[in-house]
Design a protein around this ligand. Structure first.
Ligand code: ADP
Ligand code: MG
Length: 648
C-alpha cells in the first residue's frame, strides 16, 4: 500500500543574487494516513519550505511528491487548489485569520470556496467553534480574541472541509505555554479521530508529543524513524456536504464574493469614498449631459416647430445676397395666384419689406414695414391682442390699414391702451390701425425692432410703387410632405419663368440643421463626460492596485485555504464593480439634484429622467469597474500563495 504522502528526493532552491541557494537538499519521507509526525530543526533549516511543499502551496524544484498515489506535478493550479481545500488544513504560527471577518466567517472561508450551501456552512462553523471551546466567541473579530483563541479559530478553519491532513507550522510558537498545551491537546484529539497531523516545531517538548519525530538540519533529513502503522481507523466524522446544483453554486459564489467585497470596502471607508468620488463625478456628468442635453434639444426644436415646419419660403435671385436688380424682380403677383391655386397649398403669403418712418402726432420712429396677406399671422403663429388681421376685401381694395406690433404700439402710443382706429403715417401714406400683433416669445429673446404690416397690395402699389414681391411664404396643407411640395413648387415656378431665378428655403431643413447641431454638441459634451469617467476609472484602478499590494497576505491566506486563482480574480473584479456601481448610484442622485436645481432656475425646460439615462449610467459604471478592475484583479490572481503569505 502506498503511503498517504510520499516525498522522493525533493529539492527546493531559491534564487539569491546570481546564484541559487538550495534550501531542501534531497528530502525523502513518507507519511502514513493517521500518523502524528513532528518535524523538528533549527530556525532556517527549511521546515517551512518543506511544509509548504507538503501542503501543495509550493512546488519542489526537483524530485517527486505524490498524495495518495497521485503525482502532484501533473496537477493544474485549480486541481492543487482543490487538494488544499478538500484534503489539507493549514495552521500557521501567526494564525493568519482574515482581520475583517469574524470567527465564524473565518472558519467558513474554505467552505465558501468549496461551494457549500450557506446554512450548512454556518451550522458547521459554529459547531466546530463550539467543539473547540469558542461557543461564546463566534461573532468576535480576530482582534478581539487572544492568541490561543485565534489559533483555535484557525484549527476550526483547517477542519471546515474535513481537513484529512492537518499541517501545523509552529502552531504553538506565538502562544504562552498554557494555550500551547491546549492547542497540542486539540491536535492529539484530532489524530485520535483519524486525521493525519504534521507539526513543524523547534520545541522538543512539543515534538515529544508526536509518535514520530523527523529531524531536519540545513535542508537535509538527519533522523527519520519508520512510519508508525496505524490501526486504520476510519474517520468518524461525517464531512459529506449536501449537494447543491450548479446554478445554486454559481449564485452563491457570486453572493459570497459580493458580501466579501462589501466587507473589504467597508473596512476602508474613507478611501472607498474618495475612490468613488471620481466615479460619482463621471457618472453624474454623463447622466446630466444626457438629460439636460435632451431637454435643451427639445426646447430648440419646439421653438423651431412653433414657427412652422410646413412652410416654404420663396425668394428671388440665386441665393441670399444676390442683389442683381433683374433677379430681385423675379416674383410677381401672378406667381402668387398660381401658387394659391395648387391643391396642396393651405395659404400663400407674399411679403414686400422696406424700412420706413412711422409718425403719429409728434412721435417719429423708424420701422420695418412688410406688405403681407391676412394669412401671414396665421402662418407664423402670431396672435392679435387687439383688432383683426387684413381681410380679402382690404387686400383687393389696397386699403390703407396697418397692423402694429407691440414695440411700435408702445413707441407711438405710450399712454393709450386701445389703439384700433387711430390713424398713423406709414412713410407718407396715412393708414388706420386695425390690429396689434402679439410677438411670440422665443428662446432667442424678444426683438427691439419696430415692425408693422400692411396689406401687400397696398404696400406694393401705394407705398413702394413696385410690381414684384420680395418673397412668398407658402404654407403646405397638413399631411402633405413639405419636401415633395418644395420640389413641385420649384418645377412649377421654373415652368412659369422659363428659368430658375428664385430659390426656396424650407423650415424643415432648418429643423434638420438644428437637430444635427444639437446632436453634435451633445456628442461632444458626452465625450467630455466620458473622459471624466475614464479619469474616475483610472482612480479606481490605482486604488485597486494599492489594495492588492496591501492585501497580498489576505490573498495568500485565501489561496492556502483553497481559493482558485479565478476566485481571487472574481473577488477583486467584483470589488471594483461594486465601487463603481455604488459610485454610479450616487452619481445618478447627484445628477438628479443638478437637474432639479436647473429646473428651478430655467422654467420651461422639460427635464425628464429617461430610463435610457439610468441604463447608460448602469452600463457605464459596470463597464468602468470591469475595465479598470481587470488589471489589479489579474495581478492578485497571479500571486504565488507562498510569496503572498511570506509578505507580512
Ligand atoms: P524554517 O521554517 O526552518 O525556519 P524556512 O523553510 O522558512 O526555514 O527557510 C529556510 C531557508 O530558506 C532560510 O535560509 C530562508 O532564508 C530561505 N528562504 C525561505 N523562503 C525563501 C524565499 N521565498 N526566497 C529566498 N529564500 C528563502
Ligand atoms: Mg518556519
Amino acid at each position: 500500500m502506498t503511503a498517504l504522502l510520499e516525498l522522493k528526493d525533493i529539492r527546493r532552491s531559491y534564487p539569491s543574487g546570481d546564484e541559487q541557494i538550495e534550501v531542501l537538499k534531497g528530502v525523502s519521507i513518507s507519511i502514513e494516513a493517521g500518523e502524528m509526525v513532528a518535524i523538528v530543526g533549527a530556525s532556517g533549516s527549511g521546515k517551512s519550505t518543506l511544509m509548504n511543499i507538503l501542503g501543495c502551496l509550493d512546488k519542489p524544484t526537483s524530485g517527486s511528491y505524490s498524495v495518495a498515489g497521485v503525482d502532484i506535478a501533473a496537477l493544474s493550479g485549480d486541481e492543487l487548489a482543490t487538494l488544499r481545500r478538500e484534503h489539507f488544513g493549514f495552521i500557521f504560527q501567526r494564525y493568519h485569520l482574515l482581520s475583517h471577518l469574524n470567527a465564524t466567517q473565518n472558519v467558513e472561508v474554505p467552505a465558501v470556496y468549496a461551494g457549500t450551501a450557506r446554512v450548512y456552512r454556518q451550522q458547521r462553523a459554529r459547531a466546530l467553534l463550539m467543539r473547540l471551546g469558542l461557543a461564546e466567541r463566534v461573532d468576535y473579530l480576530p482582534s478581539q480574541l487572544s492568541g490561543g483563541q485565534q489559533q483555535r479559530v484557525s484549527i476550526a478553519r483547517a477542519l471546515m472541509n474535513g481537513g484529512q491532513v492537518i499541517l501545523a507550522d509552529e502552531p504553538t510558537g506565538a502562544l504562552d505555554s498554557h494555550s500551547g498545551e491546549e492547542v497540542m491537546a486539540t491536535l492529539k484529539q484530532l489524530r485520535e479521530q483519524g486525521h493525519t497531523v504534521i507539526i513543524v516545531t523547534h520545541d522538543p517538548l512539543v515534538a515529544a508529543q508526536a509518535q514520530r519525530i523527523i529531524e531536519i538540519r540545513d535542508g537535509e533529513i538527519i533522523s527519520n524513524p519508520p512510519a508508525v502503522k496505524q490501526a486504520t481507523k476510519p474517520k468518524d466524522e461525517n464531512t459529506s456536504r449536501p449537494p447543491i446544483s450548479a446554478i445554486q453554486q454559481l449564485f452563491s459564489s457570486f453572493r459570497e464574493a459580493f458580501s466579501m467585497a462589501w466587507l473589504a470596502l467597508a473596512a476602508n471607508k474613507m478611501r472607498t469614498l474618495l475612490t468613488m468620488l471620481g466615479i460619482i463625478i463621471g457618472i453624474a456628468s454623463v447622466v446630466s449631459i444626457v438629460i439636460v442635453g435632451d431637454a435643451a434639444k427639445q426646447l430648440v426644436l419646439e421653438d423651431i416647430r412653433a414657427i412652422g415646419t410646413n412652410t416654404i419660403d420663396i425668394y428671388p435671385g440665386k441665393d441670399f445676397g444676390d442683389d442683381e436688380p433683374q433677379a430681385q424682380q423675379a416674383l410677381k403677383y401672378a406667381d402668387l395666384e398660381a401658387i394659391e391655386r395648387q391643391p396642396w397649398v393651405a395659404s400663400a403669403t407674399p411679403s414686400i419689406s422696406s424700412n420706413l418712418r412711422l409718425r403719429y402726432g409728434n412721435v417719429d420712429a423708424a420701422a420695418s414695414v412688410s406688405g403681407v396677406s391676412g394669412h401671414f399671422f396665421n402662418v407664423y403663429g402670431m396672435t392679435l391682442s387687439q383688432g383683426t388681421a387684413f381681410n380679402d376685401e382690404q387686400l383687393a381694395g389696397r386699403a390703407q390699414v396697418v397692423v402694429l406690433d407691440n414695440n411700435s404700439k408702445r413707441q407711438l402710443f405710450p399712454n393709450k391702451a386701445s389703439v384700433v382706429g387711430e390713424v398713423i403715417l406709414v412713410g407718407n401714406m396715412p393708414a388706420t390701425v386695425i390690429g396689434v400683433a402679439e410677438e411670440k416669445q422665443s428662446m432667442f429673446g424678444s426683438s427691439k425692432v419696430l415692425r408693422v404690416w400692411l396689406p401687400y397690395s397696398t404696400m406694393a402699389s401705394r407705398v413702394m410703387g413696385q410690381s414684384w414681391l420680395n418673397n412668398i411664404t407658402v404654407r403646405v396643407k397638413e399631411g402633405y410632405d413639405s419636401q415633395e411640395a418644395e420640389q413641385q413648387l420649384i418645377r412649377m415656378l421654373e415652368l412659369r419663368h422659363g428659368k430658375k431665378d428664385f430659390f426656396t428655403y424650407n423650415m424643415d431643413s432648418l429643423l434638420k440643421t438644428a437637430e444635427k447641431t444639437t446632436r453634435t454638441l451633445q456628442l461632444f459634451l458626452t465625450l467630455v463626460a466620458v473622459i471624466s469617467l475614464l479619469v474616475g476609472g483610472i482612480g479606481v484602478m490605482n486604488i485597486m492596485l494599492v489594495s492588492v499590494t496591501e492585501r497580498t497576505k489576505e490573498i495568500g491566506i485565501r489561496m492556502a485555504v483553497g481559493a482558485r486563482a479565478s476566485d481571487v480574480l472574481q473577488q477583486f473584479l467584483i470589488e471594483a464593480v461594486l465601487v463603481c456601481l455604488v459610485g454610479g448610484a450616487l452619481g445618478i442622485s447627484l445628477s438628479l439634484l443638478i437637474a432639479f436645481t436647473l429646473q428651478l432656475f430655467l422654467p420651461g425646460w422639460q427635464i425628464g429622467f429617461s430610463p435610457m439615462a439610468l441604463l447608460t449610467a448602469f452600463a457605464c459604471s459596470t463597464a468602468t469597474g470591469v475595465l479598470f478592475g481587470w488589471l489589479p484583479a489579474r495581478n492578485a490572481a497571479r500571486l504565488n500563495p507562498i510569496d503572498a503569505l511570506a509578505r507580512e
